[in-house]
Design a protein around this ligand. Structure first.
Ligand code: SME
Length: 163
């Protein structure tokens, strides 16, 4: 039976992520297909945390991200390196947290509902291969706890998919 990610009634975010990570590591263990792992990662994060939009943008050429598996509304297909939050996280090779998307120059609005956002790159051999993009319909919804645990998710994925 697949793990049940509906732990959203636990109030403490750290505890929720800890519980999530255990189940998540078991879920993806042994699966090496990128699309399959991204699809179930998006579904698991959506189910556990009820984020507004969760998905992946993949590096598909030297300066272009292309949308990958996601949970949520229709999203833009392509993002150039350095553009928007996703392209910035790619270019800078680190996680970007945007507490207020309207105050982020160049933010690419896929939905007017999005108020805050976190983007975490999947980096292998100093090269970004994809990014996790999570949008919230609440302002200032991401902090260092999200960064810490979503980077662990990215590390797990990277080890399974690219190493
Ligand atoms: N807001 C993102 C674009 C992708 S959508 O949010 C799904 C950005 O600025 O990169």
């Amino acid at each position: 039976m697949e793990p049940n990610f509906q732990n959203k009634f636990e109030k403490d975010k750290k505890k929720r992520y800890e519980e999530f990570l255990k189940q998540y590591a078991a879920l993806i263990e042994g699966e090496t297909d990128e699309t399959a792992v991204m699809a179930n990662t998006a579904a698991a994060l959506k189910e556990a945390f009820d984020f507004y939009w969760v998905g992946f943008y993949r590096v598909t050429s030297a300066d272009l991200l292309t949308v990958g598996p996601f949970q949520g509304g229709v999203a833009c297909f392509r993002i150039r390196k350095g553009k928007g939050v996703c392209g910035t996280a790619w270019q800078e090779q680190h996680t970007v947290i945007v507490p207020d998307v309207n105050a982020f120059p160049g933010h690419i609005a896929c939905s007017m509902e999005t108020k805050s956002e976190i983007v975490v790159p999947l980096i292998y051999n100093n090269e970004v291969r994809a990014v996790i993009d999570i949008d919230s319909d609440m302002p200032d919804n991401f902090d260092d706890t999200d960064r810490e645990y979503l980077e662990k998710v990215a590390d797990l994925m990277t080890a399974i998919l690219y190493a």
